[in-house]
Design a binder for this molecule. Sequence first.
Ligand code: GLU
Length: 290
Amino acid sequence: MTPPVFRFAPSPNGYLHLGHAYSALLNFRRAQESGGRFLLRIEDIDQTRCRPEFEQAIEEDLAWLGIVWERPVRRQSEHLADYGAALNRLRALGLVYPSFESRAEIARLVAEREAHGGWLRDPDGAPLYPGSAGTLSEAQRAELIAGGQPYALRLDMAAAVGRAGRLSWDELGAGPSGETGGVDARPEAWGDVILARKETPTSYHLSVVIDDALQGVTEVVRGQDLFHATSVHRLLQALLGLPAPTYRHHQLIRDDRGQKLSKSSQATGLRALRAEGVSPAEIRHRIGLV
Ligand code: GLU
């Protein structure tokens, strides 16, 4: 039997905190318990926010925690062609269209909709795409693109859901409302998500799905904040004919005030704790992984 494959997939846009330590240690532990493999993947497609020094710090902090991962490490910025190829397959299925509104224009459209009866928000609380770029003709699109207009490539959610049909995933952990076992995917709750931008031929949703498949990941262990995004991931897997891993969404580590940890909060950063003389064993104790 092929061994199960686990991965920890941080973005190098800041230093790791206790929440990352929890996720990485849980993945590593699951791999060890099951005789599985453990991979580290660097999710650095956002070149404006990711920095090599953060990547180096991630490796240092994980090694300090006693975590060992396979090499070479997959760095997403080195594989843009893989994501571009997947995007082209979705385009060929007629499921992708360019939208040209600026952020300000989108905010104005949302405000307008909200003033007239309300507007839907996605599970993260962001308004769904309010524009009508999906109805532009091919000639209009070509003209705007030729004119150098920036654009985002969006998934035509209604068409994509129509093509893929009903989907579910196997949840070994739990969602924020205790969802577990076979969970029905509801990708339509996200509207016409962005799959790529003019300057970046991919997005988080697209690259995570491609990489999990390319790396043969069998169990995705990650924070509950990504539970609802799994609906989009299942949809993309179905459209692209990729295998579905099982998912184990875990609780989030919170600060003393019950807030989700952020990369900018010093107090729970692994580097800062290490500098204060906190040991890896104390970190494990603090996050309940002894
Ligand atoms: N790169 C994502 C993050 O840092 C995690 C992606 C995932 O685990 O699916 O939040």
